[in-house]
Design a protein around this ligand. Structure first.
Ligand code: MN
Ligand code: MN
Length: 481
């Protein structure tokens, strides 16, 4: 009797010790009461609509600008140093956006900054894209890969065309084709399995699909009569002209993007997940806007949506540029401070930042590529990632321990559920975010975003519970002082 009680006490005290000492994974769903679950569902509904509307980097920036204007924020490119009491926004080249929300403290003391990106892997149309294949009888469109995508995922599925054309006379034309359920869609037909042995099946998966064979079916009704030439190419050009007033040369100054057609959806028998294109990195964009709407910043807040992240952050709208300096300078002006560069740079050095990018979730069918103890698990909240990069931490802007501790403190205070992760096993690949470009200013920055399954696919998967916790986590960060 006595020994069994002793045994029971031992087990009890070990359990207490474990509760006290060990970090245990927490399933967000276990911790959400009914109102919490309802909040996750309502937020997801709004997010699914956002994701379905914002299918290109320009569309994301339009959503951000609309959000800002709807809240009475000033266009900081127009204020000429006038105070923007409620804060302001800045759009660069229609593809990169910044927001500023004043806090109780001066911008000179540093900002709380969240950066995300609005571009996602996709197919672009080449500048000269219209051609025809006469024997099968198709007017076709040539594509160009953008970002790290798995080519086979884009074949034999409904695709939509989102375009922006700039004309010689200064006019611009916006195109959305294939999204309205009444619209036709575009598609790239894959080769049938009966005849694919030499062309595809016996090859490595990365070589089985050739990028320059990923061409879209655009038309099959020829113009004119059998004696006429280029009848199918002309058929395509005529439609481009009739619908949008374009001629072939206009396509050279156009950004024509091919994305999966149709809206984002709830996923799972229990509807607990969200499926849709472009969640990398539009989930963090949406969560940041939600966070800004509820946060009461003490230190002034900045939010940036970069473009070009998926191809290395190069270009005039990428994070390798100095947009953050200009946004910070406009924030100085809005607060009535002269935007001297040394002061602005000093403020950036004192800035605390989050690179709000999604993280790979442990794939239930490919657990072997993850080091499970240090991987992001769906449904356990956003992932705090001290370092990204490849094997040996190459290319990583590792966050300092003091800063990670500060973030932990803010999350604990706000009751946010989160997890710690790094990207996959060593020597298995790797990946980076924009964090290193911001770290170059000397600011503290850490990667922090929700886990996503099937990342870079036409149908990425996230968790409604993680969306809720990510929005709460970013709000806690904006309130950090
Ligand atoms: Mn990303
Ligand atoms: Mn990505």
């Amino acid at each position: 009797m006595a020994t069994s009680r002793k045994k029971k006490d031992e087990i009890e005290s070990l359990k207490k010790l474990a509760d006290q000492l060990a970090l245990k994974p927490v399933c967000v769903w276990d911790q959400l009461d009914q109102p919490g679950r309802r909040e996750a569902e309502n937020l997801s509904r709004e997010y699914i609509e956002f994701l379905s509307r914002a299918k290109t980097e320009r569309a994301v920036v339009r959503e951000v600008a609309r959000w800002a204007i709807g809240r009475g924020l000033a266009d900081l490119s127009q204020t000429d140093g006038l105070k923007a009491q409620k804060g302001g926004f800045l759009v660069h080249h229609g593809k990169m956006a910044g927001l500023y929300a004043p806090g109780q403290k001066s911008p000179a003391e540093g900002f709380n900054l969240i950066v995300a990106h609005g571009d996602s892997p996709r197919l672009d149309l080449k500048p000269r894209c219209v051609y025809e294949e006469t024997a099968p009888g198709f007017g076709m469109l040539r594509t160009n890969l953008y970002g790290g995508l798995k080519k086979f995922q884009w074949l034999s599925r409904p695709l939509a065309l989102w375009g922006f054309c700039a004309l010689k006379d200064g006019r611009t034309v916006d195109i959305v084709f294939g999204e309205d359920p009444q619209d036709p869609v575009l598609t790239i037909p894959d080769l049938l399995p009966h005849l694919d042995r030499k062309a595809q099946r016996d090859k490595k998966i990365s070589e089985a699909i050739v990028a320059d064979k990923m061409n879209l079916l655009a038309a099959s009704i020829p113009l004119g009569t059998a004696e006429d030439k280029d009848r199918l190419k002309l058929a395509v050009l005529k439609i481009l002209h009739d619908r949008w007033g374009l001629v072939e040369e206009d396509l050279i100054s156009a950004e024509l993007e091919i994305v999966p057609a149709g809206p984002a959806r709830s996923v799972g028998l229990d509807s607990s997940l969200i499926g849709g294109y472009g969640q990398d990195d539009r989930l963090p964009v949406f969560a940041s806007l939600k966070a800004l709407a509820t946060a009461r910043p003490i230190r002034p807040a900045l939010f940036i949506v970069y473009d070009r992240e998926e191809i290395g952050s190069y270009g005039s709208t990428g994070a390798s540029g100095n947009f953050v300096e200009h946004l910070a300078a406009r924030a100085f002006e809005a607060a009535g401070l002269p935007p001297h560069w040394d002061k602005v740079r000093l403020a950036l050095q004192k800035t605390w930042a989050i690179s709000a990018d999604v993280e790979p979730a442990v794939d239930p069918d490919y657990k072997e590529v993850h080091e499970e103890l240090n991987s992001g698990h769906m449904g356990r909240g956003p992932c705090l990632v001290r370092y990204t990069g490849g094997t040996g931490k190459y290319g990583a802007s590792e966050a300092g321990a003091e800063y990670v501790a500060k973030i932990r403190g803010a999350l604990a205070q706000a009751g946010v559920l989160w997890q710690s992760s790094i990207t996959g096993k060593q020597e298995e690949g790797g990946g980076g975010t924009v964090a290193l470009y911001l770290a170059a200013y000397g600011m503290h920055i850490v990667d922090f975003g929700p886990p996503v399954l099937a990342m870079h696919s036409p149908f990425e998967i996230s968790s409604k519970a993680d969306l809720l916790m990510t929005a709460r986590a970013y709000a806690a960060f904006f309130s950090l002082s």
